[in-house]
Design a protein around this ligand. Sequence first.
Ligand code: C5P
Length: 298
Amino acid sequence: MLLTRQGPSLVVHTPAKLNLILHILGRRQDGFHDLETLMVSIRLYDTIHFESTESSEIELICRSLPPAGEMLSTGPENLIQRAAAILLKAAQLSRGARVMLWKRIPMEAGLGGGSSDAAATLIALNQLWNLKLGLPRLHELAAELGSDVNFFLNSVPASVCAGRGERTKPVMLTRPLHFVVVKPPTGLSTGHVFREWKPADSSPVTDVQAWTSRRFARSLDETRRALFNDLEIPARRLNPEVDRLLQILSRQEFVWSGMTGSGSACFGLCRTARQARGIAGRLRLLRVGQVFSVSTGV
Ligand code: C5P
C-alpha cells in the first residue's frame, strides 16, 4: 500500500492481489480450509482518505469508480468499519474518523479489495490516532478480520500464505509480472465457493512451499508450469460466466490463464506490459466484463 500524509489526513492507495497458485489441503473442524497459496500484489488500487474527528464515530462514505460499479454497504459489516472497531477495542480507547473510500477493485472477484482496505485501515488509523500498536499486534487483529488481511498488512509484492491464508512468508519475485485481469458481470461469494469444493477438485500432490522457497518467476516458462487454482473447478460449476470467460482467455496468447482466489475474476499472464495492453484492448471489444492491464507492485 502507498501511504501519504496530506495535512491532517492520511491517503492510502490499497492494492489488489492475484493468487498465482492456490492449493487446498482440506476442510478443517472450524469450517475453514487449510491451504497454501502464492499471492502477488498488483497495481490496481482503491483509494482511502482518513481524517481524525472529535466525535466517537466512524463516518464512512464510499464511491464506486467507474460510477456504474456496485454499491458497497457502509454499515458495521463493512471491513473498514470492522477494522476501526477492532483497533479501538484493542487499544481500549474511543476515537472518531471520517473515511472516504474510492472503490476501483471489483467486489466478489477474488481480488482481495475488502481485505486490502481493512489492512490499510489498521495501518492508517493506528498512525492517525497515535495508538502505538506494534506490527505483531496488528497482525493478530488482521487475522481476526479475514484470511487475506495479513498479506496486505506486510505490503510486499509476493508471499506464500498458509493456514487459512493468514500465515504469510514473503517471496522474492525476480521480475515484475504483467497481467490482464477480467471481472465478469457476476461475482462469487468466497464462502459459497469454498463450500462447493470437494477433495477430488484439488490437484494431486503439490509442494507450493518448495516451488517458491527460493526465487519465483526466474523464467516465464518455469512459472507457467507451477500455476493452478483448486477453487477453479467449483467456481466453474457455480458460475457459467467463469467457465465461459476461462475458455475465452485460453484462446488468447497468454503464457498462462486461470482464476484468482475464489473468483469470479480471471487473469492471463503476459510476456510484457505492452502485450498485456494489447490483449486487454481486444478483450474490451468482446464485452466480457471489466478489463484491466496491470503489473505486480505494492
Ligand atoms: O476469511 P474470509 O472472511 O476471507 O473468508 C470468507 C469465507 O471463505 C469464510 O467464511 C469461509 O467460509 C471461507 N474460507 C474458507 N477457508 C479459508 C478462507 C476462507 O473456508 N482458508
